[in-house]
Design a protein around this ligand. Sequence first.
Ligand code: UDP
Length: 208
Amino acid sequence: MVTVNPEFLVLAGGHPEFRATLNQADLAVADGVGVVLASWLLGTPLPARLTGVDLADELAGLAAARGYGVYLLGAAPGVAQQAAEALRQRHPGLVISGAYAGAPGPDEEEALVERINAAGPRILLVAFGSPQQELWIARQRERLQVAVAIGVGGAFDFFSGKVRRAPRWMRALGLEWLYRLLREPWRWRRMLRLPVFAVRVLLQRLRG
Ligand code: UDP
């Protein structure tokens, strides 16, 4: 599963491997108000925004109800464990198959896949940031013995309490991106993709 935001789409335009990865996903949700707005402007309306963090939380609730194991891979050392503990408190009975920081580089790939398969989770949440997490999952797709794998970006940072999420009113107004930019100004460079996305959507709209 992939959680698509405008930055993904601009990057995918010049990155054939990432583009193929997004197109080959079994389920793509709109993580980012820009994708939802674009879908309306271009005549293929999507029902709503669904972020990686909310999707991971929903999946954890489902996993707790059905007894599916969840594995948390990625984020800074210790954060996946803290996120797992927070999820277990939110969803009593949740089975955590494992939580491990790991790294997206090629040296560790084989060992990581073995580690995850040995733990036997049904659901794998990967927080390596984009596009590394999506590319990592795509490369390991055939070897991973899981039912669902999903890149969740900063979700573990939110679950663990390391990073605060935008207030509900800002999310409701579609301003979560602004909140994140103000809290983490280093994001400005990657956010330069947003105006590029807006211009491309408008041009496509004008061309009909
Ligand atoms: N990360 C990681 N390894 C890396 C690069 C990033 O574990 O080599 C983690 C980072 O600690 C963070 C997540 O990946 O938890 C990316 O979060 P970010 O806020 O950038 O993702 P977004 O939500 O913006 O997609």
